[in-house]
Ligand binder design. Structure first.
Ligand code: PLP
Length: 397
């Protein structure tokens, strides 16, 4: 029987759990199952594992262990950083600045804060999704308490000049947070080199388990507590620690950073082959994002005259998994706010698809995907009223 082809090109959505990471986690589901807060031997064993994981993650980020707070993932870390800081600093000021291309975790938190009387400035981005340091300078005010700009964008992969932006924010007395969820494990990330006060990360983006992440909070920076009701995370985030996942996150991060250069070069070579072939072989295609300041794994394309969702579903039928920024993934019919912020017209943004490569993809995966993509794009354009109109023909469906 023919086994259906399955090619996963959606590594920015999530990555498969590394087998070595799974092996490291397994004993903490069974033998070493204690509650890390219990004082008996079972608890101490679990606490030691959590402590070791915290130290490892801190070391890999250039932080102190006391600056790492475990969370349920990137969404929680982002919510905590922005809402916790806004709440803690509200007597100093109620103005926050974020980029207009942040992840939904940030955007929704900003919307909530606006309803509570905070003022949020959304920084514009260039056509390649870059934030301009001058725009940040112009937006800062005496009552700005926090600036948050993501290190790397999840849709187009553009990497922001965080070090420079953080310096600008600090010069005006504002704290700086960065969402590094897409960056950790793909590019070098060091909190001291970046000069940030807070940084979010999430294990399932670097071949670790889902449902675990961390917020780095620099010593002396004090957002409000996120969840209360326990003494965990030095009372800042109550709730029984997810020991297997915390252990898995540390192992995944260690492996990702140890192999970063090799894996980044490899996925970039796959991405480059893919981009080169798509641009050469498929007409009316636009590459979205910066071609220099970018993650190694991302390729986001707009295919004119077709709907991203149709393309996505047709690719799925031939075993290729990728993602679109609009309807299917977000539950809305609006095109991605990221692509719109980059100035891409609505109609073109609707035909956008993100392909994100991983360390287990092969050159054959790339070639099969381009071959299928060519066929599907051609097929969809044949039935596209927009394409018919563009060609000047009459479309009768
Ligand atoms: N921030 C960015 C940039 C992301 O890409 C994601 C996940 O897609 C998140 C935050 C949310 O992370 P999590 O899935 O761990 O909640």
């Amino acid at each position: 029987m023919n086994k259906k082809k399955k090619i996963y090109l959606d590594h920015s959505a999530t990555t498969p759990l590394d087998k070595e990471v799974l092996e490291t986690m397994l004993p903490y589901f069974t033998d070493t199952f204690g509650n890390a807060n219990s004082i008996h031997a079972f608890g101490s064993e679990a606490a030691l594992a959590v402590d070791t994981a915290r130290r490892k993650i801190a070391e890999l980020l250039g932080a102190k262990p006391t600056e790492i707070y475990f969370t349920s993932g990137g969404t929680e870390a982002d919510n905590w950083a922005i809402k916790g800081t806004a709440c803690a600093k509200k007597d100093k000021g109620k103005h926050i600045i974020v980029s207009g291309i942040e992840h939904a975790a940030m955007m929704a938190s900003c919307g909530q804060l606006e309803k509570q009387g905070f003022e949020v400035t959304y920084l514009p981005v260039s056509a390649a999704a870059l934030v301009s340091p001058d725009d940040l300078k112009a937006a800062l005010r005496d009552d700005t308490v926090l600036v948050s700009v993501m290190l790397a964008n999840n849709e187009v992969g553009t990497i922001q000049p965080i070090k420079e932006l953080a310096q600008i924010a600090h010069a005006r007395g504002a704290l700086f947070h960065t969402d590094a969820v897409q960056a950790v494990g793909s590019i070098p990330v060091n909190v001291n080199e970046l000069g940030v006060d807070m940084l979010s990360l999430s294990a399932h983006k670097f071949y670790g388990p889902k449902g675990v992440g961390a917020l780095y909070i620099k010593s002396g920076v004090k957002p409000e507590k996120f969840m209360i009701g326990g003494h965990q995370e030095r009372t800042m985030r109550g709730g029984t620690t997810n020991v297997p996942c915390v252990v898995g996150m540390a192992k995944a991060m260690e492996l990702a950073i140890m192999n970063l250069k090799k894996n980044a070069a490899y996925v970039a070579s796959l991405r480059d082959r893919f981009v080169a072939r798509v641009e050469k072989e498929i007409p009316f295609v636009h590459y979205n994002g910066d071609r220099v300041h970018r993650l190694p794994q991302n390729a986001n394309f707009s295919f004119e005259f077709i709907e991203g969702e149709s393309l996505l579903l047709n690719l799925d039928l031939v075993g290729i998994a990728c993602s679109s920024g609009s309807a299917c993934s977000s539950g809305s019919l609006d095109p991605s706010h990221v692509l719109l912020a980059m100035g891409i017209p609505h109609a073109v943004a609707h035909g956008s698809i993100r392909f994100t490569f991983g360390k287990d993809n092969t050159q054959e995966d790339v070639d099969y995907t381009v071959d299928k993509l060519k066929e599907i794009v051609e097929k969809l354009r044949v039935i596209s009223p927009l394409f018919a109109e563009f060609k000047g023909g009459v479309h009768n469906v």
